[in-house]
Design a protein around this ligand. Structure first.
Ligand code: TMP
Length: 220
């Protein structure tokens, strides 16, 4: 399944606490200011069913999912999201900004949990019909700083989604490395942004890059 619509899909990726959610808001505002119609969404979630799955997977007292079961749940949430939200938005010519997508599955269930890339990509082909974002922005940051930030945010906002944050630093280092490896393998579709800098600098770099690509895509 290719994105043959007039729309454009941007996935935001990075370790927990890398600043994706803030960037999603900022980027959506900037692109709307440029006159685009923008849909901001996230995974796991983005639909009612996906939100229910998100709770099942991310709550600190979630079931003890095996890595493969976790992979299937992420794909179930994604398929629902694609069919109900993402494809209709792209067909209507919108820019879709998605906080996490298949890059997170490769990083968390692959590098983090230890499933083979082959398994993840085969399932992606089968369940998601090999649909990829037009652009994946990776917010690259020191995992220790980011993890502490994420834990503090969940605690202060009393959000019970800390199942991955509870895993050790080595897990999060593997996740970070996977995002860098993905970007090195697919340089045309990924862009790594140094997120150790102030959020407004990160947002400006992201917006500049997206604007350049949208000019190139003008004919679509
Ligand atoms: P978030 O807090 O950035 O919304 O992400 C939720 C968590 O879900 C995060 O710890 C990463 C995890 N996740 C996966 O493990 N696999 C996936 O495919 C996705 C989309 C998220």
């Amino acid at each position: 399944m290719n994105n043959q619509s007039r729309g454009f899909m941007i996935a935001l990726e990075g370790v927990d606490g890398s600043g994706k959610s803030g960037l999603a808001r900022q980027l959506a505002e900037t692109l709307r200011g440029d006159g685009h119609s923008v849909l901001a969404t996230h995974e796991p979630g983005g639909t009612e069913a996906g939100t229910a799955l998100r709770k099942l997977v991310l709550a600190s007292n979630a079931y003890d999912w095996t890595p493969t079961a976790e992979l299937l749940l992420m794909n179930a949430s994604r398929r629902q999201h694609i069919d109900k939200v993402i494809l209709p938005a792209l067909a209507a010519g919108q820019i879709v900004i998605c906080d996490r997508f298949v890059g997170s599955t490769i990083a968390y269930q692959g590098a983090g949990r230890g499933l083979a890339d082959r398994t993840i990509l085969d399932l992606h082909r089968l369940a998601i019909e090999d649909f990829w974002p037009d652009l994946t922005l990776v917010l690259d940051i020191d995992p220790e700083t980011a993890l502490n930030r994420s834990k503090a945010r969940l605690e202060s906002a009393k959000i019970d989604e800390g199942r991955f944050e509870a895993l050790d630093l080595a897990f999060h280092r593997r996740v970070r490395q996977s995002f860098l490896d993905q970007a090195a393998t697919l340089p045309a579709a990924y862009r790594v942004i140094d997120a150790n800098r102030p959020p407004e600098i990160v947002a400006r770099e992201a917006a500049d890059h997206v604007r350049r690509l949208l000019v190139g895509e003008g004919a679509r």
